[in-house]
Ligand binder design. Structure first.
Ligand code: GKR
Ligand code: MG
Length: 434
């Protein structure tokens, strides 16, 4: 029976479905989100008829690697999670073009072939864990050693934004514009009212620092004592970073990636008391040593996509514990499969010191049958087998059709290109910008 059991865990087929997901006109240092953002949905089918699902970045470079891995996977067991990495190393080869578009101009850190491969593997790892859990009747968190909390806290992710995309492209929403402190506070109030979030992160790097300082002060006044974060994605020089840190002393829970690169972050950290967080200068294991030994960061924002999956996220957490560095979670435009995966791994990490980021409330579309609901700013950790979410095949088909119908313009996320289409006179997104 052992042999039979093993045979039933064998992968018989892998389905890759690239989709385009509606995204609002959210602003960042690189430009503006496109009307639609690519994601890749992965289905792993086993011999006993179980399907596991995963999700990762869907830009062309990721898709190319995913195709190679998908072709090599049949015959592999869904339980052979370490083997996924060796298989990917063998079959994926070097991606053809590790260009700016692949990583939206560095918002998610260095762009290396390894990181690209890990981001692809993460989607397969999650799909395999989902299939394995479903097959064993165990939730994914149990496969990671079991949850140590029943709920995972998330923070409201505030963005400066336009009311609509240029020319009314994409899917409309009723959030309106947020381009000043009043707009940011109104957005935060809606997040608090609708989802119960009580910690707030503002995406900065959009307006001159004084305007963003004013927005954070307005948030502090509107939500006294609540944790606040500001993240300009490395837009500032060391001097500007220190100026902002001084102006917001005692107001911020942490300042996220004020300056770009470990050396600049270390200079800022040495001269201010505000903890610095990053999802840009520590995004791979080789980057950890320099950042931790120079004191450049006090909090790392993990992201299971580019760290290579849920088990690697736990390894990162262990290293952070060893160095006394805090842990939080980064997010990018994502759907409900990724949110389920984030929640499962977050439930198992002892040193999750801050509430996690999520873009999810900005996504009005999904490929799962029941959307996640934030209650009191948190998500309940599912104990259902696998991830605890089901694929909505109709929705998947619809969003895939949008990808098929696209002329290629949106298949690679490029915020700078989207901004330049809207405003040909827009300056270069080079950093430091201020
Ligand atoms: O979606 O505009 C965005 C964010 O700026 C994203 O691209 C970043 O990767 O959210 C991320 C961050 O925390 O830096
Ligand atoms: Mg960030």
């Amino acid at each position: 029976t052992g042999g039979l059991r093993r045979a039933s865990l064998a992968i018989t087929e892998v389905r890759l479905t690239p989709v385009l997901v509606a995204d609002p006109p959210l602003l960042n240092v690189q430009g503006v989100h496109q009307p639609y953002t690519p994601r890749l949905i992965i289905e792993v089918l086993t011999a006993d008829g179980i399907t596991g699902i995963g999700e990762t970045y869907g830009d062309t470079a990721y898709l190319d690697l995913a195709r190679s891995l998908a072709d090599a996977l049949p015959g592999h067991l869904v339980s052979e999670l370490n083997g996924l990495f060796t298989l990917a190393d063998r079959v994926c080869g070097e991606p053809q073009d590790v260009s700016d578009a692949v990583d939206v101009g560095g918002l998610r850190g260095v762009r290396t072939a390894d990181k690209l491969r890990l981001s692809v593997v993460s989607g397969f790892e999650v799909a395999c864990l989902d299939a394995l859990g479903t097959s064993l009747g165990l939730p994914v968190h149990a496969l990671l050693g079991g949850k140590i909390r029943d709920h995972v806290d998330y923070s409201a992710y505030l963005f400066y934004r336009w009311a609509t995309h240029p020319g009314g492209a994409g899917e409309p929403d009723d959030w309106g514009a947020a381009l000043d402190p009043e707009g940011v506070v109104a957005q935060a109030r809606r997040f608090a009212r609708t989802y119960g979030f009580s910690s707030f992160k503002l995406k900065g790097g959009v307006f001159p620092p004084d305007e963003e300082i004013a927005a954070v002060r307005a948030l502090a006044e509107a939500f006294p004592g609540r944790p606040l974060r500001l993240d300009p994605n490395g837009a500032w020089s060391v001097e500007t970073s220190l100026y902002v840190a001084r102006e917001l002393a005692g107001v911020l829970e942490y300042l996220e990636d004020p300056a770009s690169g470990t050396a600049r972050m270390a200079e800022v950290a040495a001269a201010c008391d505000t903890p610095l967080a990053t999802n840009m200068c520590v995004t791979t294991f080789p980057e950890i040593r320099e950042a931790f030994t120079t004191g450049a960061v006090q909090v790392v924002l993990s992201d299971h996509h580019y760290w290579g999956g849920l088990r690697n996220t736990r390894e990162l957490a262990a290293i952070c514990r060893a160095f006394g560095v805090g842990l939080s979670m980064h997010s990018n435009t994502h759907l409900g499969i990724s949110l389920a995966a984030m929640t499962h791994v977050a439930a198992t990490v002892p040193n999750l010191d801050h509430s996690c980021d999520t873009h999810y409330p900005w996504q009005t579309e999904d490929v799962i049958t029941e959307r996640h609901t934030f209650c009191g700013g948190r998500l309940a950790v599912s104990d259902a087998p696998g991830l605890g979410v089901e694929l909505d095949h109709e929705a998947l088909k619809r969003l895939h059709q949008r990808w098929l119908d696209d002329d290629g313009a949106m298949r690679d996320r490029d915020d700078a290109a989207a901004m330049l289409r809207a405003d040909p006179g827009w300056g270069s997104p080079a950093v430091p910008r201020w």
